[in-house]
Write a protein that binds this ligand. Structure first.
Ligand SMILES: C[S@@+](CC[C@H](N)C(=O)[O-])C[C@H]1O[C@@H](n2cnc3c(N)ncnc32)[C@H](O)[C@@H]1O
Length: 444
């Protein structure tokens, strides 16, 4: 399909939406089959609940055809590892992102920053020279190294971190930090199938079933492979992934901020043409725990992981006193449902209510940032809370409509696989489909 085909499809969906409020079933993997996962810098670093690149690619292509001329300004206020931003710069657009997770911001910056590959090669040689001169380096405070690493591996990672954190040029330092974060995860005893670190227990042969051999192999490699060799391999492979960025005709214009609710303070009001974003899920993801090795080894934050997590919309930890009373979301159907959930589990009800309140603030900031006539593409999944279906997409749509973002159409894409979207406990449900709400700012 070409960009003109995307524009025609978008127009068909708009027409459907004028007379019919029911969602259209789509499969973005099939619809945009020309996109391969190994495209540009998308695979530099893993990240939980990454967005399918097909989704931003489609909407960007369609909008570029509909609004030819000056490049569109694209924003993603929950940019995570930067999937939307990467697609935006490939499409020649200025991009604005935000994420409260410092590791996500680092990944997004590196993924959108062209670097001359010879500089990386030279810096890698210097890292080798420098670590050869160091016997020992400080271990990170926030990573329980004894639990996750063999002593020699931890020592090598510490020397790498010490050396890399002193690289003077920002772009090369951040590239090397990203590679170190990948290496710290690979050389750990954590189960590679999960994004949150869970230590592999070789005694659990029965529970692991067919994965047992793969996990044993991983443990063996983590204990025997040279950390420095693993780091070298990661640097070389990631360096070759930067090639496509080198070929961009113009230098990308990228801004990355830290709080979705303040997007409108960080940039000019009415300045964004198109927002494409997948907000966090209600209590379904542990972005900070999944990033804990990277944040810890790189010393990305002075704050404790819990303090960073407190900025996270959809977080799961609240002091008991905060949920003694039910807070109201202002959506009557959601409030009725939450009061029934409260009878089963007051914390779960509070997590969902806070989520909706904080998402209202984020939607207000998105509305203020968009120009009149600009669009918001909101990708969001439904939840199950305490066994009850919780219609998060509908509740977010109600909030968006109240703020002045009008629904043009809705899509539903059934997910075939999604990292970490597994059922973890009885109270948080499996997410099996994704909604795409296409909204328009109708007035200021
Ligand atoms: C579903 S993920 C986005 C993934 C992203 N689309 C990608 O492809 O990597 C949601 C993101 O929202 C971020 N987040 C949570 N609360 C936030 C807040 N208050 N401001 C900005 N980002 C936040 C999380 O850190 C997480 O990275």
């Amino acid at each position: 399909m070409t960009e003109a085909d995307y524009a025609r499809t978008l127009e068909t969906w708009r027409q459907h939406g004028r007379t019919n409020s029911r969602p259209i079933v789509v499969d973005f993997r099939d619809l945009v089959s020309e996109i391969v996962p190994e495209r540009s810098t998308h695979l530099l670093h893993s990240y939980p609940a990454k967005l399918l690149p097909q989704i931003p690619h489609f909407f960007l292509g369609a909008h570029k055809t509909i609004q030819p001329g000056a490049p569109l300004t694209i924003a993603d206020p929950f940019c995570g590892s930067g999937t939307v931003l990467v697609e935006g710069i490939i499409g020649g657009c200025p991009v604005v992102g935000a994420d409260s997770n410092p590791l996500a911001r680092l990944i997004a910056r590196v993924k959108t920053c062209p670097i001359e590959r010879a500089r990386i090669t030279r810096q890698l040689a210097r890292i080798h020279e420098q670590i050869a001169l160091i016997d020992e380096a400080p271990l990170p405070r926030t990573v329980n190294v004894k639990l996750w690493y063999k002593k020699t591996v931890a020592n090598d990672l510490a020397k790498l971190a010490y050396t890399i954190n002193r690289i003077r040029s920002n772009d090369v330092r951040e590239f090397m930090q990203l590679c170190l974060s990948v290496c710290a995860r690979r050389m750990s005893r954590a189960d590679p199938r999960l994004s949150v670190p869970v230590r592999i227990n070789p005694g659990r042969k029965k529970q692991y079933g067919t994965h047992y051999e793969q996990l044993r192999k991983h443990l063996r490699a983590a204990d025997t492979q040279s950390t420095i060799t693993a780091f070298d391999e990661i640097v070389k492979r990631n360096c070759s992934r930067l090639r496509e960025l080198d070929e961009l005709p113009v230098s990308p214009l990228v801004q990355i901020h830290d709080e979705a609710r303040h997007l409108d303070k960080a940039i000019d009001r009415n300045s964004v043409d198109l927002i494409i974003t997948s907000p966090p899920y209600i209590g379904a993801q542990k972005y900070i725990r999944a990033s804990s090795f990277g944040i810890g080894w790189l010393g990305l934050s002075e704050d404790s992981l819990r303090t960073i997590e407190d900025q996270n919309i959809g977080r799961e930890h609240f002091p008991k006193r905060t949920y003694e009373e039910q807070i109201k979301t202002g959506i009557s159907r959601a409030d009725r449902q939450l009061s029934s959930i409260r009878n089963i589990n007051p914390l779960r009800a509070h997590i969902a209510a806070e989520y909706l309140r904080e998402m209202r603030d984020s939607l207000k900031a998105m509305h203020a940032s968009l120009r009149v006539g600009g669009n918001l593409v909101l990708v969001v999944g439904p939840n199950t809370i305490c066994g009850q279906a919780f219609d998060t997409p509908r509740y977010l749509e109600i909030l968006a409509n109240e703020i002045g973002l009008t629904t043009e159409f809705k899509l539903i894409d059934h997910i075939r696989s999604r990292g970490l979207m597994v059922k973890r406990n009885k109270t948080a449900g499996l997410i099996s489909s994704e909604w795409v709400l296409y909204l328009r700012k109708t007035n200021d």
